[in-house]
Design a protein around this ligand. Structure first.
Ligand code: ADP
Ligand code: MG
Length: 317
C-alpha cells in the first residue's frame, strides 16, 4: 500500500529571515521546498501538504493597517484565508510545474480550509500569540479606541519605541471542516494543499460557522489533519535538522529516534520552547498517540533522508 505523508512546511521554509518577502523571493523558496517534495513523490509516497503563513499574514496585516485610509481593512480570519490562497497558489503552481517536468501528471490542488475550534478554548482567556505589525504607545492607545475588540500587549522592552503588538488566542483544532472533501481528493489521487497557516479558525455560531480572530498552530492543526486522513507519517519540516536538548547551550545535543514514552520524558525537561519547537514536539506526540506510525521533525533539505532512513528527530511507535 502506498504510504501517505502529511508534510508540514514551516514559514521559514517559505520566507527566510533576511528576505524582504517579495513575490519573486517567495516563489523561489516555494520552488526549493517543492523540489524536495518531488523527491518524496518520486520515491512513491502520497503527499498532503500544509504550510505556515506567519511572515505572509504579518505582511498582509501591515497592508491592512496602512491601507485602511483608502479601503476597508480585513479581519484576521479573512487574512488567514487570503494567505492560504496566496501560498496554496504558489505551491500548486510550483509543484505542478516540477512534477510535469519529471513526466508525472499527478494533479495538485489547494483548498481554502476552515478548522473548527471551541469558543470556550482556554487560550481565549489569556491570548499570547502576537500577530501583525508593531505599534508605538500612541498608536496602541488609538487602536484601543478604534478596535475595542483587539487586545494589545507590550511585547518588547520600554527602550523600544514600537513595542506594542496585537495578540490573539491560539485555540486547539477540534475538527477540520473540509475533512471529507480532503479525503475524497486524496482518494482521487490529487496532491492536496490544506490547513495552511493552521487553517482559518471558525467557531460554531448561532447561524452556523463563523470566523474567529485567532491563529491555530499549523503543526498542531497538521497533526490533527494527519490523524483525520489516517496518514502513515507526519513530517514537520523546519529550519533545524533536529529537536535539541539544552538548546542553544554548549552541551546541546540532537534528539534522534525515540519512542513516544521517551519523548514524553524529554519534553518534560522544557527544552522545546513554546511557540516554536514545543508545538512541533507536541504535534508529533499527539499523532503517534493517535496511532500514527511515525512522526519526524527535520529540516527541508533532509526530508528525503528522514523518510527513507532515520535521519532527524523521529518518534516511533
Ligand atoms: P517554523 O516556521 O518551521 O514553524 P519555528 O521558528 O516555529 O519554525 O520553529 C523552529 C525553531 O525552533 C528553530 O529555528 C529554533 O530556533 C527553535 N527551537 C526552540 N527550541 C528548540 C529546540 N529544543 N531544539 C531545536 N530548535 C528549537
Ligand atoms: Mg512555527
Amino acid at each position: 500500500m502506498t504510504k501517505t505523508i502529511l508534510v508540514a512546511l514551516g514559514g521559514n521554509a517559505i520566507k527566510s529571515a533576511d528576505d524582504e518577502g517579495t513575490a519573486a523571493e517567495q516563489f523561489a523558496n516555494v520552488y526549493k521546498a517543492s523540489a524536495e517534495l518531488v523527491k518524496l513523490i518520486k520515491a512513491g509516497y502520497k503527499l498532503v501538504v500544509t504550510h505556515g503563513n506567519g511572515p505572509q499574514a504579518g505582511n498582509l496585516l501591515i497592508q491592512q493597517e496602512e491601507g485602511k485610509k483608502f479601503v476597508p481593512d480585513m479581519p484576521l480570519d479573512v487574512v488567514g484565508a487570503m494567505t492560504q490562497g496566496q501560498l496554496g497558489y504558489m505551491f500548486a503552481q510550483a509543484l505542478g510545474n516540477l512534477l510535469r517536468k519529471e513526466g508525472i501528471e499527478t494533479p495538485v490542488a489547494a483548498l481554502v480550509n476552515q478548522v473548527l475550534v471551541s469558543a470556550d478554548d482556554p487560550d481565549y482567556l489569556d491570548p499570547s500569540k502576537p500577530v501583525g505589525p508593531f505599534f508605538t504607545e500612541a498608536e496602541a492607545a488609538q487602536l484601543k479606541i478604534d478596535k475595542p475588540d483587539w487586545l494589545i500587549k507590550e511585547v518588547k522592552p520600554k527602550t523600544v519605541e514600537k513595542r506594542f503588538r496585537r495578540v490573539v488566542a491560539s485555540p486547539k483544532p477540534k475538527a477540520n471542516v473540509e475533512s471529507d472533501v480532503i479525503r475524497r481528493m486524496i482518494d482521487a489521487g490529487i496532491i492536496v494543499i490544506a490547513s495552511g497557516g493552521g487553517g482559518v479558525p471558525v467557531i460554531e455560531g448561532a447561524n452556523g460557522l463563523e470566523g474567529t480572530a485567532a491563529v491555530i498552530d499549523k503543526d498542531i492543526a497538521g497533526a490533527k489533519l494527519a490523524e483525520i486522513i489516517g496518514a502513515d507519517v507526519l513530517l514537520i519540516l523546519t529550519d533545524v535538522a533536529h529537536a535539541k536538548l539544552n538548546y542553544g547551550k554548549p552541551n546541546e545535543t540532537n534528539v534522534g529516534t525515540v519512542s513516544l514514552s521517551e519523548m514524553h520524558t524529554l519534553a518534560e525537561g522544557g527544552d522545546f520552547l513554546a511557540g516554536s519547537m514545543g508545538p512541533k514536539v507536541r504535534a508529533c506526540m499527539k499523532f503517534v498517540e493517535k496511532g500514527g506510525a511515525r512522526a519526524i521533525i527535520t529540516s527541508l533539505d533532509h526530508a528525503y533522508d528522514a523518510i527513507t532512513g532515520n535521519f532527524g528527530t523521529q518518534i516511533v511507535q
